[in-house]
Write a protein that binds this ligand. Structure first.
Ligand code: XMP
Length: 513
């Protein structure tokens, strides 16, 4: 059993970041509900606990609390912000609303505490604060480790229970020494050994999948994106030909995409690969549709139908493998909710298992995206797939604005291929979240070789982002933009104008539909 660090979630927007920082230090951790009991915690090889921050005040009536027995488990506990206030309050200190609310950067005076938590750091460091309440008075069991101008107890330790509290956020990059502080907590205080590695994860998962699945068959909807590709390779390693991969060509893919996926998974990795060509079914379902949500919904339904028809042919399939990642699991489970407003319906394989009566296998559900990429590398996945930009489930249909027809898809596909080619040629794609073409539902007048034209307009969407939740448009060098625009107008029949989308998200979204 691998060593384990528990993060109890009190609703901070930074809780996932804490988990990222811990994992970066090769210590396996999970985010658990704040009320998780010590009986549950004791089932793991628990090395320590972190209490996250949160929006509440400790004295509010509905304030979330933890099982107070965690302080007698004998493992160190680190409370961050709200977690500090809660821990201090439980251990007898006084917490009050701060007279001076402190937000943003501040300077911590470590007062030569010499404590392990700040081992190796200078006596004054920058730290990021974001709090209203603060600890006001601590009893004799506490030792003060750091203060700021407004906050006499910016970091404290309670030696008997090995509780540490920090009022600032070591998990954010605005606390430059935060990584070292978390490293000190894990290695100097919790005595972790750092046994969390991806090759160990693969071995564990392979054993677990074999045990769970036995001799049954598993089907996997392979899209060619990073997540489903990694799931497919991991399951293939565990189950060989018991895994059936279904790749649906919905006719809404980019140029060369089907060929690339087929070459990788059928020819290179020798997976049990089934191509389902269903472009005409999808086109039929989209006939006459111009409303973006209707497009998404129709494509989602059609996918389920196509997948159902395809899997009926295989005997004895009991499981469906899905590339659910950790952030999806946390957000759907968190009592504090994730960014929940539905702006657009996402139709990937969501809803498939219930509708088809499969049981789920989700081997990535405790991993973050960059861990999945590293796992892909470890499993030998080619760089083109690992570094692939996100591509939406409804594909080019939501980039053909207006009605989706075979002819309009062809125009967009050719224009988009030019964008991809030029951006890849300069190796720019790695630094961009997405770069793609959109076909607009207007025609404009142009002139080509003395002839008047009346043709379609292509828009370019080039953005940078870290998670797709917000995004900035990127201004590529004008030579690159000029080359892309010239090539599109010259090479794509039916286009005589190219425009650049210079809106960020918000208020715009990345995709146009
Ligand atoms: P928006 O357009 O909402 O997109 O700013 C944010 C990110 O999500 C991608 N996206 C999708 N991904 N299925 C997906 O897997 C979908 O239905 C879908 N719609 C949008 C989009 O490409 C961007 O990266």
């Amino acid at each position: 059993m691998a060593e384990f660090l528990a993060i109890l979630d009190f609703g901070s927007q930074y809780t996932q970041l804490i988990a990222r920082r811990v994992r970066e230090n090769r210590v396996y951790c999970e985010i658990l509900p704040h009320g998780t009991t010590v009986e549950d915690l004791k089932k793991r090889q628990l090395k320590g606990i972190i209490l996250s921050g949160g929006p509440s005040g400790v004295y509010e009536e509905q304030a979330p609390r933890c099982d107070e027995r965690i302080f007698s488990l004998g493992v160190p506990v680190l409370g961050i912000c709200y977690g500090m206030q809660l821990g201090c309050e439980i251990l007898g200190a006084k917490v009050i609303p701060a007279r001076h609310r402190e937000y943003g950067e501040t300077v911590l005076d470590l007062a030569g505490s010499g404590d392990d938590l700040f081992h190796g750091l200078k006596s004054r460091i920058k730290a990021w604060m974001s709090h209203g309440d603060r600890v006001d008075d601590v009893g004799g069991d506490f030792q003060v480790l750091a203060r700021t101008q407004n906050c006499p107890y910016a970091a404290v330790a309670h030696s008997r229970t090995r509780f540490y509290g920090v009022q600032f956020h070591p998990e954010v990059t605005h606390t430059p020494e935060g990584g070292a502080i978390i490293n000190n907590f894990l290695y100097r205080i919790c005595q972790c050994t750092g046994d969390w590695t991806l090759s160990g994860f693969i071995d564990d998962q392979v054993k677990k999948i074999r045990k769970e699945v036995g001799r049954e068959r598993v089907v996997c909807a392979l899209s060619g994106g990073v997540d489903s590709s990694v799931v497919a390779l991991l399951l293939h390693r565990a189950l060989g030909s018991q895994l059936i991969c279904v790749f649906v060509d919905n006719g809404l893919l980019r140029q060369g995409e089907k060929e690339q996926v087929e070459a990788t998974f059928r020819e290179h990795f020798h997976l049990n690969f089934h191509l389902v060509v269903a472009s005409s079914r999808f086109l039929q379902a989209l006939k006459g549709v111009t409303d973006p949500e209707t497009k998404r919904i129709r494509i989602g339904h059609e996918f389920i139908e196509v997948f159902r028809d395809a899997t009926r042919k295989f005997e004895g399939v009991r499981y469906l493998a899905q590339g659910t990642l950790y952030p999806d699991t946390i957000e759907s489970r968190s009592p504090f909710g994730g960014p929940s407003a539905v702006i657009k319906s996402h139709h990937n394989v969501g809803g498939l298992p219930e509708k088809l009566g499969f049981e789920l296998v989700e081997p990535l559900k405790f991993l973050f995206k960059d861990e999945v990429r590293n796992l892909g590398r470890e499993l030998g996945l080619p760089d083109e797939i690992i570094q692939r930009q996100p591509f939406p489930g409804p594909g080019l249909a939501i980039r053909v604005i207006g009605e989706v027809t075979a002819e309009r898809l062809k125009v967009l596909r050719e224009a988009d291929a030019i964008v991809q080619e030029e951006i890849r040629a300069l190796d720019l794609h790695r630094n961009l979240w997405q770069s793609f073409a959109i076909l607009l539902p207007v025609r404009t007048v142009g002139v080509m070789g003395d002839r008047r034209t009346y043709d379609a307009v292509i828009a370019l969407r080039i953005v940078e982002s870290t998670d797709g939740m917000t995004a900035n448009w990127v201004f590529l060098p004008s030579e690159v933009l000029t080359r892309i625009a010239n090539r599109i107008c010259n090479e794509v029949v039916g286009v005589n104008r190219v425009v650049l989308d210079i809106s960020s998200k918000p208020p715009s979204t990345i995709e146009w539909e």
